[in-house]
Design a protein around this ligand. Structure first.
Ligand code: PLP
Length: 402
């Protein structure tokens, strides 16, 4: 059986009523996941439905501009536009084999909701998506996509009305419906076995990228860099490289507005050890253990916790975690769009921004950035942000009246 902890982090800190479905899932993970039939079915779906392997793209213009040899792993080219589909298809296949009929999930940016609704439609499952009311508003295009795909989207009006609150409500719903419902957790966080399960489904990203980089360059990159919300795209990108001691692994958290004392989404940089959503991990919290509200311009990073494997990788110094604020992310969003013709998700723009901000120290190094998703969903947020006087200098670089 896989370990329930990553070093000191992880575990199953849940009410008793959640233990039966978690134990059932642990059994399924142990018995079904490693079977050659399941692995083959998953691989075939990734190829035929997701479009794997996803491309790895060199960025000639930005490499010239910055002096950093920049490569992107293109999860934005996946069906539905983000890495989330790797995990939801895997969990949907598992759900079918467990004999359940409903996929339940939470979503922040909406990409996990869209990916779960898509997998449910493909595999003839019902789909229920919990989403913070604030996120329903700021990611309205994805809400419409989920509904078109047949999902029921439930807005959550408690707390900060973002991802944390959506997870709370989804866990409650799971307690009541566990016999027929699988909770398709969208990131490498939560109680065991989710951090392990999601990592296993996302590890395809790093395996492909490692081979592609070797094939193109005859060596490994100096750095692999990815944004960190709950941590699924970053752990997926990092996993195959963990044994390669020469490769720096850099996760990028959201520093929000970046002012001292402001709300942010950077528990690995600014948090302390605690328990949330069934796991022990790094959290934004008061000294008394009350969870602090989080903030990021990107809905997908707006979470006060992080998957336990990242807390462990930080603790053993195998990965390092940096911070990028809203303005830097917005600037990188515009720069990648203009210089390479790729509009990234605001989440992924945080990882690109880390390269741009640190270019002077990275001269001549090869960096592989995991571009976790595309930016279509973020058009409204970017437009609104650029109307803010704080970002007037960025708006001034645009054509037209923006
Ligand atoms: C495009 C994209 N990237 C990154 C994330 C952050 O999640 P994770 O850290 O699990 O990859 C999200 C979450 O919604 C997302 O939509």
């Amino acid at each position: 059986m896989q370990d329930r902890y990553f070093g000191d982090y992880g575990g199953q800190f849940v009410p008793e009523l959640l233990m039966p479905p978690l134990l059932e899932l642990e059994r399924a993970v142990k018995e079904i996941l490693p079977s050659p039939e399941f692995q083959q079915e998953f691989k075939d779906m990734l190829r035929d439905c997701v479009g794997r392997p996803s491309a790895m793209t060199h960025c000639p213009n930005l490499s010239r501009d910055t002096g950093v040899d920049l490569w992107l792993k293109r999860e934005d080219l996946n069906h539905t536009g983000a890495h989330k589909i790797n995990n939801t298809l895997g969990q949907a296949l598992l759900t079918r084999r467990m004999g359940k009929k409903t996929l339940l999930t939470e979503t922040g940016a909406g990409m996990n909701g869209v990916a779960t609704a898509t997998a449910a439609a493909m595999l003839d499952l019902d789909c229920v998506v919990y989403m913070g009311a604030k996120d329903v508003e700021r990611q309205s295009v994805n809400v419409r996509r989920m509904e078109i795909l047949g999902a029921r989207v439930v807005p959550v009006t408690s707390g900060t009305q973002t991802l944390k609150d959506a997870i709370n409500e989804a866990l409650r719903y799971w307690i009541a419906t566990q016999k027929t419902t699988h909770y398709c957790f969208g990131t490498a966080a939560g109680p065991h076995p989710f951090p392990y399960l999601v990592r296993e489904f996302q590890a395809v990203v790093g395996r492909e990228a490692r081979q592609q980089f070797l094939d193109r360059n005859g060596r490994l990159p100096h750095i692999v860099c990815a944004c960190v919300g709950g941590g699924s795209n970053a752990i997926g990108a990092f996993h195959a490289f963990i044994p390669d001691g020469s490769v720096r692994l850099v996760g990028v958290e959201a520093a929000g507005t970046g002012e001292p004392g402001c709300y942010n989404s950077a528990p690995l940089n600014l948090g302390t050890d605690g328990v949330l959503h069934g796991m022990k991990t790094r959290l934004l919290q008061t000294p008394e253990g009350q969870i602090l509200p989080s903030h990021s311009i990107s809905a997908g990073l707006d979470y006060p916790g992080v998957g336990p494997e990242h807390s462990h990788l930080q603790a053993i110094h195998r990965a390092e975690y940096a911070c990028i604020n809203d303005e830097q992310a917005l600037s990188a969003f515009l720069t990648l769009s203009r210089r390479e013709g790729i509009i990234p998700a605001l989440e992924s723009a945080h990882a690109v921004a880390w390269i741009l901000e640190n270019a002077a120290a990275l001269q001549g190094q090869s960096v592989l950035v995991n571009l976790s998703g595309r930016g279509d969903k973020d058009m409204d947020i970017v437009e609104e942000a650029l109307r803010d006087p704080a970002f007037a200098h960025l708006a001034a670089t645009l054509g037209g009246d923006a």
